[in-house]
Design a protein around this ligand. Structure first.
Ligand SMILES: Nc1ncnc2c1ncn2[C@@H]1O[C@H](COP(=O)(O)OP(=O)(O)OP(=O)(O)O)[C@@H](O)[C@H]1O
Ligand SMILES: [Mg+2]
Length: 304
């Protein structure tokens, strides 16, 4: 089997007395799209910055693209495309000027040709002269992706690349990410969107700097082992009435439907059935969602 693109063990980072990343183990295989999830402040950005050589871990070891994360950060930086959480290109330069600048930064041999190719590849040609500051969120994100692809990195680190972007632009972006992965690029992407998590090959869920779950979306659902019921046309009082019953851990309204989940399938079933019978409403078993699973993980972990 080929060497993983990312293979790190026990990465730690503290800021002052606060341990922000606490013993992170991560293995990412070539050509995979790996999702990085977790609540605000859980250490996703810090982890990404340690992987691309911008931040030195306090402890731990491992490699990124075969280079040591502690001692060979310069080699890693050259081979990684890092899209930061906030748009970090020049708002008063056009798309083309920004890309020319990025080409110079990477010391590319044929900058004009590469810029033209990149504009074409990402569908930016028609807007090449538009100032970056006047672009909508979706186009800005496309420009940021273009800029971090120009030096043909082997690994893309995307930090919440689609935050605040509309659904159509997000879908297009993900199609592009999958196309790049098919060409052999490896992608580590942080996100808060569950539909995006489901589009990853594997996921890691971190909270308070610790890895709480790792695997394919299906494996994570299985590990958490949550059971979920849907109550149709639930009365307004249903949520309040159900939440304290045995086996009920989460009650979430979706329009007129109520999703009720818990880890103890039998006790939950008994509580929901008794409620449904008493109120004459329909309740049926349903698939648990990743969102339900992640919230259950957080509840299990408690506050830091
Ligand atoms: N340079 C820094 N100096 C001090 N504290 C920092 C620094 N960078 C991050 N932190 C703190 O470390 C914690 C983790 O931050 P990080 O940005 O890694 O989280 P995150 O998972 O990316 O969150 P979000 O989902 O909001 O982007 C936070 O409490 C943050 O305030
Ligand atoms: Mg972040």
């Amino acid at each position: 089997m080929s060497v993983p693109v990312i293979a790190v063990q026990g990465l730690c980072k503290s800021f002052g007395s606060q341990r922000v990343v606490d013993g992170l183990d991560l293995t990412v295989e070539r050509g995979r799209i790996y999702g990085f999830l977790g609540p605000n402040g859980s250490g996703k950005t810090t982890s990404i910055r340690m992987l691309c050589g911008l931040l030195t871990p306090d402890a731990g070891s491992g490699t990124c693209l075969g280079f040591d994360v502690l001692t060979e950060s310069a080699a890693i930086k050259r081979r990684v495309g890092y899209m930061t959480q906030r748009f970090s290109w020049w708002e008063d330069l056009s798309i083309e000027e920004n890309l020319r600048f990025a080409a110079r930064m990477h010391d590319l041999r044929e900058p004009r040709r590469v810029v033209d190719q990149t504009l074409e590849r990402l569908g930016l040609s028609s807007r090449r002269r538009q100032l970056a500051g006047t672009l909508s969120g979706g186009w800005k994100q496309r420009l940021a992706l273009a800029a971090c692809l120009m030096h043909q990195p082997e690994l893309l680190l995307l930090d919440e690349p689609t935050a605040g972007v509309d659904p159509k632009a997000r879908r297009d972006f993900w199609s592009e990410i999958h196309a790049l992965a098919r060409e052999g690029l490896t992608v580590l992407v942080s996100t808060h969107y569950m539909d995006e998590a489901e589009r990853c090959h594997r996921l890691a869920y971190i909270a308070y700097g610790k890895l709480l779950a790792e695997g394919t979306p299906a494996e994570i659902l299985q590990t958490v082992g949550l059971s979920t019921w849907i109550i149709e046309a639930a009365p307004a009082s249903a949520a309040a009435e159900l939440k304290d019953r045995p086996g009920v851990e989460q009650v979430v309204p979706f329009g007129l439907r109520l999703h009720v989940s818990g880890a103890d399938a039998e006790t939950l079933a008994a509580s929901v059935s008794a409620y449904a019978e008493h109120h004459g409403v329909v309740a049926a078993r349903a698939e648990s969602s990743l969102e339900d699973a992640f919230i259950a993980l957080m509840r299990g972990r408690g506050s830091p």
